[in-house]
Design a protein around this ligand. Sequence first.
Ligand code: ARE
Length: 511
Amino acid sequence: MQRCTARITRRSRNAVVALLTAAVVTVGAACTTGVPAPGGTSTSPGQVPAAAPAGARDVGVQLFQWTWDAIATECTDHLGPAGYGWVLTSPPQEHVLGSQWWTAYQPVSYRIESRLGTRAQFGAMIAACHAAGVDVVADAVINHMTGKDAPGTGWAGSTYTHYDYPGIWSDAAGDFHHCGVGPSDDISNYRDAYQVQNCELSNLADLATGTKHVQDGLVAYLTDLRSLGVDGFRIDAAKHIPAEDLAAVVARLPAGTRIVSEVIRGSGEPITPEQYAAIGDVLEFAWGKDVTGMVRGGSLRLAAGLGAGSTYLPSDKAWIFVENHDTERGRATLGYKDGADYVLANVLMLATGYGRPIVYSGYAFSDRDAGPVQGAAGKVVDAACPAAVGPQVAYTDGEWVCQHRWAAIEGMVGWRDAVGGDLVSDRWQHGDAFALSRGARGLVVLNGGDVEVAAQVPTTLSDGSYCDVVAGPAVEGRCTGGPVTVRGGIADVRVAPHTALALHVGAPAGV
Ligand code: ARE
């Protein structure tokens, strides 16, 4: 294997620290590949502000299509101990029948009764997660109802037609938008704000969220979920709800309700994520898409400063993710099938000071519409992670991928919790490898290139021996990977192609 070697001139630790606050670190680089080696460079401190205060446990995990019982068990056994701060559930309300995963996004009523579990199971899950120190954020589908032209019956037995949900909404009461554009009333042009917020998204009956009647109903639903202990909501399809309507609903929810709006950033579109930032937090889709483009383009190093520019939401408003349930199906972003590159993107997400990260965890599929494994009556079978998980596993369709348990991802959750709110203090680069430091508490080195990098990377970690937590969490000083030595402000590292290495103060080796 070809080797790319970078050396920083040995100096005392203080001298290196002083050097890091200047713009450039001098590196002697010997690189035998065609990858241009720009030399090791380091940017000045604090360009990307840290979103989380120290010890904030700000990492979330989307357990896509997991049942309430399975989430409860996972909170207790895994999410809490691993340091996850919150879990995003799939929509909990009654939905249309069908085996596809997306039936959850077609509400029939606001009864908490779905193929993922009952109201009692939902409440028990929240209690179990809270006991494990994990908050619960529910996916709230409040922009629309079903997209079914024929009358039907929902999961919990409620009858409905496309524009009539007995006792809840009806056309007669003026509860739906009919935009009058085209034959289907569907959105056909995302550059037309009127269409986006008054026409239908994929034939889904669009609620007239500007009316008092609709707002009252939505407030009642969300307040009910809060009464069960839910901490906050992902607002599904928020782009299609005028910001002032959503603000009016949110203003009536109990104090402290966490809100994250799903507003996909679209080129040239008039409805933007920024318009929803006054209501709460917003999903920043551009982060995952940009990282994906950089990785696929073979230039991971460009991702080192993602979020520092002005084209994203402010850090304290942004929730970022490598992929979610939509993007993994559209292949718009990296996903579990991308193996090592997917892991690298997750390591970066968990290391960056920009935004708050959401780890995604779903099931294997080849058919975009395929739902999770269901029993004879249609109830989703409780998720169970295979004994071996990770990028090396060939998952069969329907199997739970359990990305949140992958060694590198779980190790980096611990890393992030350990570095807390320490600022990104410097960035070292060499070829397609780069490092991010978090003050004196943590160091990550990512190698997006095709050759091993052996380098002496500047760090403000104290002298000592550290476990590489990307190789897996350290247990009482016993490293899964590493150990790596830090001496005089230098970490002596070797990073294989398309892998990463991470050290932090909470994972010293051999104690
Ligand atoms: C299903 C069928 C449809 C059928 C419909 C009604 O697939 O053929 O017409 O049912 O019967 C999910 C699935 C859909 C599914 C729907 C309802 O993805 O396939 O439809 O559930 O069951 C836009 C929105 C954004 C939305 C994406 C998908 O702005 O909010 O489209 N994402 C959320 C969820 C989805 C969910 C819904 C909303 C609906 O995350 O999982 O749909 O509740 C540009 C724009 C984006 C736009 C995107 C569309 O990028 O900038 O704003 O996203 O194009 O590709």
